[in-house]
Design a protein around this ligand. Structure first.
Ligand code: DC
Length: 229
């Protein structure tokens, strides 16, 4: 009997989740879903609509009306039909996303969307609450971590590649603040589910992390043969 596979990859910002989740999805033939991009898209829309980030009622309404889609092999993010893939990557949107993601109503709207996206296909979904809340019964749960210094350096490399100016010290502080907010909020805080495999990517190459995770996937799926793509 072919089986749909759900692989949950959670962890803090800059641990390498996107790179790894993309690679794993390509290797096992599953759909890659970046849930952080969804919170960023809501934040971008709130900023553009001048909705105060302290207004949970309007933020929830906005998130229920947001038409968020992934396009072009799930590499591009669309908000209400507009490609916002680059627009959601600024430090300002990252800050706002972390605030918006603490609003329970916004989370409910995004979790509903995420579950719908995985209804018909195998997915590799990355975020903060995938193994704990979105898919507590996920087939495979990975908690990907890395130390703050390395995470700040990786963010710096990302921003350099996108030609977005930054100050390393400020970046480090922002990462620490976002971590604190993501780990300590009341609604679905970032945490490691008890049944997740913990991986520290600080001193591993993306290839090494990918191979570690694929070992776990293979052990569960007899080499991916029973996957539905
Ligand atoms: O992974 P990222 O930096 O793109 O995520 C943006 C913000 O959204 C970040 O502050 C954490 C939050 N987030 C969340 O709360 N739950 C998720 N499943 C994914 C992201």
């Amino acid at each position: 009997m072919p089986k749909r596979l759900i692989i949950a990859i959670d962890g803090p910002a800059g641990a390498g989740k996107s790179t790894i989740a993309r690679r794993i999805a390509a290797r096992v033939g599953a759909t890659y879903i970046d849930t952080g991009a969804m919170y960023r898209a809501v934040a971008l829309w709130a900023m553009r609509s001048s909705i105060p980030l302290e207004d949970p009622v309007r933020l929830e309404a906005l998130s229920r009306n947001a038409h968020i889609q992934f396009a072009h092999g799930h590499q591009r993010v669309q908000l209400n039909g507009e490609d916002v893939t680059d627009a959601i990557r600024t430090p300002e949107v990252a800050e706002a996303a972390s605030v918006v993601a603490a609003v329970p109503g916004v989370r409910r709207a995004m979790v509903d969307l995420q579950r719908a996206m995985a209804a018909k296909t195998s997915v590799v979904m990355e975020g903060r609450d995938i193994g704990s809340i979105v898919f507590p019964n996920a087939d495979i749960k990975i908690f990907l971590d890395a130390n703050t210094e390395i995470r700040a350096q990786r963010r710096a490399e990302d921003l350099t590649a996108q030609q977005i100016p930054f100050d390393l010290e400020t970046l480090r502080k922002q990462i620490e603040e976002r971590d604190f907010r993501d780990r300590n909020r009341a609604a679905s805080p970032l945490m490691q589910p008890l049944d997740a495999t913990y991986l520290d990517s600080s001193h591993l190459s993306p290839h090494e992390v990918e191979e570690e995770i694929l070992k776990i996937v293979r052990a569960k799926t007899s080499n991916g043969k029973e996957l539905v793509h």
